[in-house]
Design a protein around this ligand. Structure first.
Ligand code: RP5
Length: 166
Protein backbone atom coordinates (compact mmCIF):
# COMPACT_ATOMS: atom_id res chain seq x y z
CA UNK A 1 0.00 0.00 0.00
CA UNK A 2 1.65 3.29 -1.04
CA UNK A 3 2.01 6.00 1.54
CA UNK A 4 -0.67 8.43 0.43
CA UNK A 5 -0.46 11.71 2.22
CA UNK A 6 -3.66 13.73 2.54
CA UNK A 7 -4.46 16.05 -0.32
CA UNK A 8 -3.51 19.66 0.35
CA UNK A 9 -6.25 22.24 0.32
CA UNK A 10 -4.84 24.98 -1.87
CA UNK A 11 -8.27 26.14 -2.95
CA UNK A 12 -9.25 27.26 0.53
CA UNK A 13 -5.92 29.04 0.99
CA UNK A 14 -6.57 30.89 -2.26
CA UNK A 15 -9.55 32.71 -0.77
CA UNK A 16 -8.38 35.78 1.04
CA UNK A 17 -11.86 37.10 1.68
CA UNK A 18 -14.52 35.35 3.69
CA UNK A 19 -17.76 35.48 1.79
CA UNK A 20 -21.04 36.92 3.05
CA UNK A 21 -23.85 34.71 4.30
CA UNK A 22 -25.92 35.45 1.22
CA UNK A 23 -24.65 35.76 -2.33
CA UNK A 24 -26.91 37.58 -4.77
CA UNK A 25 -26.38 37.12 -8.48
CA UNK A 26 -28.09 38.90 -11.34
CA UNK A 27 -27.80 38.18 -15.02
CA UNK A 28 -27.36 41.76 -16.16
CA UNK A 29 -26.78 45.30 -14.95
CA UNK A 30 -30.31 45.91 -16.19
CA UNK A 31 -31.55 43.65 -13.34
CA UNK A 32 -29.94 45.73 -10.59
CA UNK A 33 -32.94 47.89 -9.69
CA UNK A 34 -35.32 44.92 -9.53
CA UNK A 35 -33.08 42.97 -7.16
CA UNK A 36 -32.35 45.89 -4.81
CA UNK A 37 -35.19 45.08 -2.36
CA UNK A 38 -33.34 41.87 -1.48
CA UNK A 39 -30.31 43.80 -0.28
CA UNK A 40 -32.49 46.25 1.63
CA UNK A 41 -34.25 43.39 3.42
CA UNK A 42 -31.01 41.62 4.27
CA UNK A 43 -29.50 44.86 5.57
CA UNK A 44 -32.51 45.38 7.83
CA UNK A 45 -31.96 41.90 9.23
CA UNK A 46 -28.23 42.37 9.72
CA UNK A 47 -27.37 39.63 7.26
CA UNK A 48 -24.21 40.04 5.21
CA UNK A 49 -24.53 39.84 1.44
CA UNK A 50 -22.79 40.65 -1.80
CA UNK A 51 -24.03 41.29 -5.31
CA UNK A 52 -22.37 39.98 -8.47
CA UNK A 53 -23.47 40.58 -12.04
CA UNK A 54 -22.84 37.32 -13.88
CA UNK A 55 -24.72 36.03 -16.86
CA UNK A 56 -25.30 32.31 -17.30
CA UNK A 57 -25.38 32.81 -21.05
CA UNK A 58 -22.73 35.46 -21.57
CA UNK A 59 -20.24 34.43 -18.89
CA UNK A 60 -20.94 30.82 -17.94
CA UNK A 61 -17.41 30.08 -16.71
CA UNK A 62 -17.56 32.89 -14.18
CA UNK A 63 -20.94 31.68 -12.97
CA UNK A 64 -19.55 28.17 -12.54
CA UNK A 65 -16.53 29.46 -10.62
CA UNK A 66 -18.59 31.65 -8.31
CA UNK A 67 -21.20 28.97 -7.60
CA UNK A 68 -18.70 26.17 -7.06
CA UNK A 69 -16.63 28.19 -4.57
CA UNK A 70 -19.36 30.03 -2.67
CA UNK A 71 -19.70 27.41 0.07
CA UNK A 72 -15.93 27.36 0.59
CA UNK A 73 -16.06 31.10 1.27
CA UNK A 74 -18.70 30.57 3.96
CA UNK A 75 -21.75 31.65 1.99
CA UNK A 76 -24.85 29.72 3.03
CA UNK A 77 -27.61 30.77 0.63
CA UNK A 78 -27.59 32.02 -2.95
CA UNK A 79 -30.19 34.26 -4.56
CA UNK A 80 -30.15 34.46 -8.33
CA UNK A 81 -32.31 36.87 -10.30
CA UNK A 82 -32.64 36.94 -14.05
CA UNK A 83 -35.08 37.77 -16.80
CA UNK A 84 -36.07 36.28 -20.15
CA UNK A 85 -34.61 32.74 -20.57
CA UNK A 86 -33.52 32.91 -16.96
CA UNK A 87 -30.95 30.11 -16.78
CA UNK A 88 -28.91 31.72 -14.00
CA UNK A 89 -30.55 30.14 -10.91
CA UNK A 90 -30.54 26.69 -12.48
CA UNK A 91 -26.92 26.89 -13.58
CA UNK A 92 -25.91 28.13 -10.14
CA UNK A 93 -27.77 25.20 -8.56
CA UNK A 94 -25.93 22.82 -10.87
CA UNK A 95 -22.60 23.93 -9.37
CA UNK A 96 -23.39 24.08 -5.67
CA UNK A 97 -25.11 22.21 -2.85
CA UNK A 98 -26.15 25.51 -1.27
CA UNK A 99 -29.85 26.35 -1.43
CA UNK A 100 -30.59 28.56 -4.44
CA UNK A 101 -33.52 30.96 -4.54
CA UNK A 102 -34.46 32.12 -8.01
CA UNK A 103 -36.10 35.47 -8.66
CA UNK A 104 -37.82 35.80 -12.03
CA UNK A 105 -37.39 39.37 -13.22
CA UNK A 106 -39.19 41.43 -15.80
CA UNK A 107 -37.09 43.25 -18.33
CA UNK A 108 -37.84 45.48 -21.28
CA UNK A 109 -37.70 42.38 -23.49
CA UNK A 110 -39.78 40.06 -21.27
CA UNK A 111 -42.61 37.96 -22.63
CA UNK A 112 -45.87 38.41 -20.73
CA UNK A 113 -44.34 40.52 -17.98
CA UNK A 114 -41.84 37.92 -16.86
CA UNK A 115 -43.69 34.67 -17.47
CA UNK A 116 -40.71 33.54 -19.54
CA UNK A 117 -38.36 33.92 -16.57
CA UNK A 118 -40.88 32.46 -14.12
CA UNK A 119 -41.15 29.25 -16.12
CA UNK A 120 -37.42 29.09 -16.77
CA UNK A 121 -36.71 29.19 -13.04
CA UNK A 122 -39.64 27.17 -11.69
CA UNK A 123 -39.49 24.36 -14.23
CA UNK A 124 -36.20 22.87 -13.13
CA UNK A 125 -35.71 19.17 -13.94
CA UNK A 126 -35.85 16.58 -11.14
CA UNK A 127 -32.69 16.43 -9.07
CA UNK A 128 -31.68 20.07 -9.40
CA UNK A 129 -34.07 22.09 -7.24
CA UNK A 130 -34.34 25.86 -7.25
CA UNK A 131 -36.74 27.68 -4.94
CA UNK A 132 -38.73 30.14 -7.00
CA UNK A 133 -40.36 33.27 -5.63
CA UNK A 134 -42.81 35.51 -7.46
CA UNK A 135 -41.95 37.65 -10.47
CA UNK A 136 -39.87 40.55 -9.13
CA UNK A 137 -40.09 38.94 -5.67
CA UNK A 138 -36.65 40.04 -4.53
CA UNK A 139 -37.79 40.93 -1.03
CA UNK A 140 -39.41 37.55 -0.56
CA UNK A 141 -36.20 35.89 -1.72
CA UNK A 142 -34.32 37.70 1.03
CA UNK A 143 -36.91 36.75 3.65
CA UNK A 144 -36.72 33.13 2.55
CA UNK A 145 -32.92 33.29 2.72
CA UNK A 146 -33.20 34.60 6.29
CA UNK A 147 -35.52 31.74 7.21
CA UNK A 148 -33.06 29.23 5.77
CA UNK A 149 -30.20 30.84 7.68
CA UNK A 150 -32.25 30.69 10.88
CA UNK A 151 -32.20 26.89 10.71
CA UNK A 152 -29.43 24.97 12.41
CA UNK A 153 -27.68 27.69 14.33
CA UNK A 154 -29.07 30.96 13.08
CA UNK A 155 -27.16 33.97 11.86
CA UNK A 156 -25.47 36.83 13.65
CA UNK A 157 -27.97 39.11 15.29
CA UNK A 158 -30.88 36.69 15.40
CA UNK A 159 -32.55 37.12 18.81
CA UNK A 160 -32.24 34.01 20.93
CA UNK A 161 -29.89 32.25 18.61
CA UNK A 162 -26.17 31.78 18.89
CA UNK A 163 -23.85 33.84 16.77
CA UNK A 164 -22.73 31.87 13.75
CA UNK A 165 -18.98 31.48 13.43
CA UNK A 166 -17.67 31.39 9.89
C1 RP5 B 1 -31.18 38.18 -18.82
O1 RP5 B 1 -31.58 38.88 -19.92
C2 RP5 B 1 -30.90 39.20 -17.76
O2 RP5 B 1 -31.11 38.66 -16.50
C3 RP5 B 1 -31.84 40.33 -18.08
O3 RP5 B 1 -33.00 40.28 -17.28
C4 RP5 B 1 -32.20 40.07 -19.54
C5 RP5 B 1 -31.80 41.19 -20.44
O4 RP5 B 1 -30.43 41.45 -20.26
P1 RP5 B 1 -29.75 42.73 -20.95
O5 RP5 B 1 -29.88 42.54 -22.44
O6 RP5 B 1 -30.51 43.93 -20.45
O7 RP5 B 1 -28.31 42.72 -20.47
O8 RP5 B 1 -30.05 37.42 -19.07
Amino acid sequence: MPDESPLPLPIIEDFEDVGPLVGILIGSESDREAIEPAGVELDERGISWELRVLSAHRDPRAVAEYASTAALRGTRVLIAGAGMAAALPGVVAAYTDLPVIGVPLTSSKSVMGGLDALLSIAQMPPGVPVACVSVNGARNAAILAAKILAQGGGYPGTPGRPTAEL
